[in-house]
Write a protein that binds this ligand. Structure first.
Ligand code: PEP
Ligand code: MN
Length: 370
């Protein structure tokens, strides 16, 4: 992956550098009528929002759900701009959407999670954007936690000459029941930031949480992790919303949430922090050494199993280890889920290492018998 994003992005002009006021893009999931769009925008303007979002073409999981008002809503967004002075943002998924949005003078467009997952669709959008440097583009993560796919989508947009670009973490699809509508997987945003420190990253707690009560904690979490802003669904009458009503909040509720957020300094260089960071470095060294020691023991066990014709995976032994660690975790103040995932990763690697030993043996064996 080359680094075009790093070289060619410029700051999003609408994100203020004011550390104390969180930057928030807000608006309804869908524009439903001129009145709903304009009234919601006016209420959001009053609480200090500067960029208004509203979906016109809605990518819905099931056919027959409300699929948006389409291009006619562009007139309502133009009206919002005229009447309130807010910048306006909407989602695009096809060349026709991009052309219509450019014609209407929309300031910001976003590519949704489903579209981001499809490189053909993103390329079509990128081609339609060529020559339109005045527009800012926000790219939501794809539905699967595939960082390169996400970066690739942004790369296509940057390759088309767009320099005002940002990413939105909205979480990832999950099969089965989950506490979140879309699992956050914060580590993808952390890695994205590590690779491209100048790329603005917003968090969409609405689609991530899927419920009103999760918006405040997810928003605080995002700011604690150094996100540049939020992308939140707000509707003047959420209970009557035609799409995503469980996760939309009224502008006055949004105001309370914004006021309650604690925005911490992005970089601190206190001496205490340095001391704590040194302790972390020491812990990491110890962890690596102990892991290496454990793997060496595993390889010896692998050699023993090979000599004695035993199979690599002994499920009952693994279950026993796992249970013992989970029991111990609690008394050490560690979360059992965390220990479970760490032990499962360690076990996977142990199995891989032991298989390597057995396959080496097979290689030796086959060369002898040739
Ligand atoms: C949206 O922001 O309205 C939307 C459809 O989001 P997502 O692509 O995250 O599902
Ligand atoms: Mn929505």
């Amino acid at each position: 992956m080359n680094n075009i994003i790093l070289d060619n992005i410029s700051p999003l002009p609408f994100i203020s550098n004011n550390n104390s006021a969180p930057f928030v893009i807000a608006g309804p999931c869908s524009a439903e009528s001129q009145e709903q769009t304009l009234s919601t925008a006016q209420e959001l303007k009053e609480i200090g929002i500067s960029v208004f979002r509203a979906g016109l073409w809605k990518p819905r999981t099931l056919p027959g759900s409300f699929e948006g008002v389409g291009a006619k809503g562009l007139d309502w967004l133009k009206l919002v701009k005229q009447e309130t002075g807010l910048l306006v943002a909407t989602e695009v998924a096809t060349r026709e959407h991009v052309e219509a949005v450019i014609d209407a003078g929309i300031d910001v467009l976003w590519i949704g999670a489903r579209t981001c997952t499809n490189p053909f669709a993103v390329q079509e959008i990128a081609d339609a954007l060529k020559g339109h440097h005045e527009i800012a583009v926000l790219v939501k993560n794809p539905v699967t936690p595939d960082l390169d796919l996400w970066i690739g989508a942004m790369q296509r947009i940057v390759n088309a000459g767009i320099t005002m670009i940002g990413a939105i973490l909205r979480g990832f699809s999950y099969y089965g029941n989950n506490y979140y509508r879309n699992v956050p997987e914060w580590q993808l945003a952390i890695e994205l930031h590590r690779r491209y420190p100048h790329l603005p990253i917003l968090c969409d707690p609405s689609h991530m949480g899927g419920k009103r009560e999760l918006i405040a904690p997810l928003s605080q979490h995002a700011f604690d992790m150094g996100f540049d802003g939020l992308f939140i669904e707000s509707h003047y009458n959420p209970d009557e919303a035609l799409s995503d009503k469980e996760q939309q909040i009224a502008p006055n509720v949004l105001k309370d949430i914004i006021n309650s957020l604690i925005i911490r300094e992005k970089s601190q260089s206190t001496e205490n922090l340095e001391i704590l960071r040194q302790q972390i470095d020491t812990c990491d060294n110890e962890l690596l050494n102990i892991l290496s020691k454990r793997i060496n023991v595993c390889r010896m066990i692998g050699a023993y199993k090979k000599e004695n014709g035993m199979q690599v995976v002994q499920t009952s032994r693994y279950d026993m280890i796992l249970q013992k660690c989970i029991n111990q975790a609690d008394s050490l103040g560690l979360s059992p889920e965390f220990i479970k995932s760490i032990m499962s990763a360690i076990h996977q690697e142990s199995v891989r290492q032991q298989l390597e030993i057995i396959n080496d043996h097979r290689k030796d064996h086959s060369s002898i018998t040739k």
